[in-house]
Design a binder for this molecule. Structure first.
Ligand code: ATP
Ligand code: MG
Length: 418
């Protein structure tokens, strides 16, 4: 037997209603805030991710699925959606159209990580990108969208964590301070972090290893090294959130793994998720459009991991499904009449099923139960000759005669169309 790939999951029919519900809710919230869907490719040239995500990030260093195309060009399965969205924005010269522009995407992403609950190699993200304004109210808007979506899904114990990364100049001034602090604690850091001091020192603050966390407890905070403009921007974001009744926790350790972030950084976590506690994360990336060859265009966005949303989604959040009507047709005349009836019901917008193998009423009723039907239509030779059917309510067992001419209308008035 050939098996699926480790960390790459099938979503079987029992689970797809849950996924569709999450996706539809996400689309609805994006629409409410005026974001429009963009569908970007699943693979791109490797250089796009290396340049936009940053060479010394976990993603680019060790998590990308990269392979040569037949002509040798290096290609990569997308590990996230911002790089492709910005590439499309630049390539199609969208910045010359009126700004702001608001995009959302939804789909699979690929990262070579150690699979565990809430961490897969093929996973799904919903993300938004808001191009064209530095206004802190845009930051508030995307956070409010994410918060509203997750609250609408009734996900438990959510916390919004906020930080500011300052401008790139602020960070350039802060990094030597951080590096000299970290060098003083070198032997208390994990091997990864010892290396990160050289390649991406900010990421040390984000390390999940308990010893590293303890060693950096009193690390100098980026937030106290940012310029007054950056501080003011941050304060306006926090005030905007407060005005909408969205509470937050300051987290000075919150640094994004991606190089293009600046100013606002945020993450939504839940204590329900164990080690993989981040549900979604985002921030501002004012320099990325320019870095990818477009005109200077400020932008802010987020991405939320849908596997983690699904893990937390209570069953009661899901709308009940509409069970199919079961058609139990038998006999030389009832059988063919049943085929015509199935067709009629489906064309009328009613979900209708049967089992062609069943030849007795008993066998049909068993299958009707399996299908979860609330109504079963009994159609034997007598009914076919009379031009009517028997509709059986599977809960009450009550049966009534309905003529062929009335059946669709009668069923539609009892169930909503699928
Ligand atoms: P983490 O610290 O959990 O590795 P990250 O910083 O790599 O997260 P982002 O790149 O910010 O994550 O992606 C946004 C969201 O996508 C995360 O908050 C998470 O919900 C989800 N996510 C990221 N990687 C995975 C994965 N391998 N499997 C499932 N979901 C993921
Ligand atoms: Mg990660």
């Amino acid at each position: 037997m050939i098996k699926g790939i480790k960390g790459v999951k099938d979503i079987l029919p029992e689970e797809t209603p849950r996924w569709r519900f999450i996706e539809e809710t996400a689309r609805r919230w994006a629409g409410r805030y005026g974001f429009q869907e963009v569908r970007i490719p699943i693979f791109e040239v490797t250089a796009l991710f290396a340049r936009s995500i940053g060479a010394s990030t976990d993603i680019v260093e060790k998590e990308m699925y990269t392979f040569p195309d037949r002509d040798g060009t290096s290609l990569t399965l997308r590990p996230e959606g911002t790089a492709g969205t910005v590439r499309a924005f630049v390539e199609h010269n969208r910045a010359s159209d009126p700004l702001p522009q608001k995009y959302y995407y939804l789909g699979p992403m690929f990262r070579h990580e150690r699979p565990q609950a809430g961490r897969l190699r093929q996973f799904h993200q919903f993300g938004v990108e808001f191009f064209g304004t530095e206004d802190p109210r845009a930051d508030v808007e995307v956070i409010s969208l994410l918060w509203g979506l997750l609250s609408d899904l009734v996900l438990p114990d959510l916390t919004l964590e906020m930080n500011s990364l300052g401008s790139s100049t602020d960070r350039a001034a802060y990094l030597p301070v951080l590096v000299s602090f970290l060098k003083g604690r070198l032997n208390r850091l994990c091997a990864n972090c010892q290396r990160r001091i050289e390649t991406n020192p900010l990421r040390v603050l984000d390390c999940k290893v308990p010893e590293c966390r303890a060693a950096t407890e009193d690390a100098p905070e980026l937030l106290s090294h940012i310029s007054s403009e950056a501080r003011q921007h941050f304060q306006q974001v926090l005030d905007g959130l407060a005005a909408l009744g969205i509470s937050h926790r300051l987290n000075p350790r919150l640094v994004r793994g991606l190089d293009y972030y600046c100013l606002t950084a945020f993450e939504i976590t839940s204590s329900h998720l164990g080690a993989q506690n981040a549900v979604g994360a985002g921030g501002r990336y004012d320099g990325l459009v320019e870095a990818l060859g477009g005109p200077k265009t400020p932008a802010v966005g987020f991405a939320v991991g849908l596997e983690r949303v699904s893990l937390m989604l209570p069953d009661r959040s899901l709308p009940p499904g509409i069970p199919p009507v079961y058609v139990a047709a038998f006999g030389p005349e009832g059988g063919p009449a049943g085929i015509r009836l199935l067709e009629e019901l489906r064309r009328a917008g009613i979900s209708a099923v049967t089992d062609y193998r069943s030849t007795t009423l008993k066998a049909h009723l068993r299958q009707a139960d399996r299908a979860g039907s609330r109504y079963t239509i009994l159609l034997g030779d007598d009914e076919a000759r009379r031009g009517s059917v028997v509709v059986r309510n599977m809960d009450t067992k009550a049966q009534s005669d309905v003529s062929f001419a009335d059946i669709s209308r009668s069923l539609l008035s009892q169930i909503s169309p699928s």
